[in-house]
Write a protein that binds this ligand. Structure first.
Ligand code: FAD
Length: 442
């Protein structure tokens, strides 16, 4: 668990209080609003600000839009969602309706799932034990969350015996991208749930289609935001943009990295919020296989019993087989184990997955691999992780990050969503909310 020293924040804060607010010369603003980042939040904020009559420049550090929702067609010659793939909570997900109205093949995620213990299928008795252990864990976390207890699941989940690592992996690392000691029950409890959907052409392709109307300046990274009551200046590697306000939509991983400097520094409370809203780790090791060994068909899921830990982190992965019928299997690593493996690079992650598959399905798996790809979101300087959640003791942080600074700086993105966090839809809605507030203020 990260020990957050309030004292170190207060010391950091002394500099903040002493720093003069940027007033600069009173420049004519180039535009009303600069939007930093063109993922789901940046694109929706940008579009909504324009719709409300404001002038906007949207900059993106990468050479493409989408951020964490991106479909690659090159690697496998078929759609491969490098980041987000599930349209969560279809009932409230605006991208489902968009896809249905724009000729995409949208379908409900099937429930088909198999579970392995070593190299055999789970027995009925074991299945019942696993289900019991899962329910015990979820009920303990829900109970604590309902009462607003801002503590780690590790502090409330009872001993789950032989199934402890597995439940930690599937309810922690897979759902939240963190293990049971790194998120807050109170924060976890705010997430809504509903039916999951897929887009056969790829969620990233659907998102990119929906974003065609939004102009974005690519390959332009913000390095500094000067701000004060006169407005903002955003320094980029392609020059400086002056505006009346800025919407910062980068991940909390990027915010915490210091890659974007704020001058003067953000207030202490904001810095503290960023530092407790930490990024989890979730990475697809994608395999294109000529055979399906896994005992489930298209869009089925298989998982294993976890029996080992690496420095306390449960080891294992789960896999979505033959996603969308395109022959690509997403083997997903999550949590602290994924972070540790990411230090070994993409090769280390691939080797681990392949060895585990060989143990269960035999050595012929290796020769069946036609192609593979692993994008390391943890190492990416555009994200530094997969998605954010509050550390124990940090459940207040999302609301703090939603508060603008001096009527000039707004934040938006998945991490700021009230009950859709860690999702594309949540990021999109957060961008809309920031845009509405800005247009009201300006
Ligand atoms: C592996 C993985 C699987 C996921 N699975 C799902 C899923 O199935 N379903 C789901 O709904 N969600 C999923 N998510 C989460 C989802 O992708 C994110 O919640 C969402 O896309 C975040 O959008 P955003 O706009 O908040 O941030 P981002 O997408 O990160 O957008 C921020 C943008 O800012 C850019 N940027 C960074 N630094 C700078 C800078 N200095 N200057 C300018 N631009 C900068 C980045 O390049 C990026 O494009 C997954 C994420 C990952 C990583």
């Amino acid at each position: 668990m990260i020990a957050i020293s309030r004292r170190s924040f207060l010391l950091g804060g002394a500099a903040t209080l002493a720093a003069p607010l940027y007033v600069g010369r009173v420049y004519a603003a180039d535009v009303d609003v600069v939007v930093i980042g063109a993922g789901a939040a940046g694109v929706s904020a940008s579009r909504e600000l324009r719709r409300r009559g404001l002038t906007v420049t949207t900059i993106e550090a990468d050479g493409r839009i989408g951020g964490r929702v991106h479909t690659d067609y090159e690697i496998f010659g078929a759609p491969y969602d490098v980041g987000a793939h599930w349209l969560h909570f279809g009932e409230e997900n605006p991208f489902l309706e968009y896809g249905q109205n724009n000729g995409f093949d949208m379908y409900r995620a099937p429930d088909e799932e198999v579970f392995y213990v070593g190299n055999r299928l789970i027995s009925e008795d074991e299945g019942r034990e696993l289900e019991k252990a899962r329910r015990k864990a979820l009920s303990a976390i829900s109970k604590a969350g309902r009462k607003g207890r801002d503590i780690a699941p590790a502090d409330v989940v009872p001993d789950l015996g032989d199934w402890a690592l597995t439940v930690n992996l599937y309810e922690g690392a897979y759902e939240i991208a963190k293990d049971f000691d790194h998120f807050s029950c109170a924060d976890w409890y705010t997430a809504e749930d509903g039916t999951d959907w897929y887009c056969r052409e790829g969620f990233g392709a659907l998102f990119a289609h929906s974003a065609r109307d939004v102009p974005v300046t690519l390959n332009t990274a913000a390095s500094k935001v000067r701000w004060g009551d006169q407005g903002v200046e955003v320094l980029t590697d392609n020059g400086t943009i002056r505006a009346r306000a800025v919407v910062v939509t980068v991940s909390t991983g990027v915010l915490a990295s210091g890659d974007i400097e704020f001058d003067p520094p953000l207030p202490v409370k904001k810095q503290e919020a960023i530092s407790v809203l930490t990024m989890g780790h979730y990475i697809h090791v994608a395999l294109q296989l000529k055979d399906n060994f896994f005992g489930v068909g298209e869009d089925g899921y298989f998982a294993f019993k976890s029996t080992e830990a690496l420095n306390g982190a449960p080891m294992g992965f789960g896999a979505l087989v033959d996603a969308g019928g395109h022959g690509i299997t997403y083997c997903d690593l999550g949590g602290e184990f994924a972070r540790q493996l990411s230090e070994e690079g993409s090769g280390g992650m691939y080797d681990y997955v392949l060895e585990e598959l060989k143990k269960t399905f035999g050595s012929s798996v290796e020769s069946a691999v036609l192609n593979s790809s692993t994008f390391d979101w943890t190492a990416s300087p555009f994200t530094y992780g997969s998605y954010a959640s509050a550390e124990p003791g940090g459940a207040w942080s999302r609301a703090e990050l939603r508060r603008p600074e001096a009527g000039r700086i707004w934040f938006a993105g998945e991490a700021l969503s009230e009950n859709d966090w860690a999702t594309v839809a949540g990021a999109h809605k957060s961008g809309l909310a920031a845009a509405a507030e800005i247009s009201g203020t300006l």
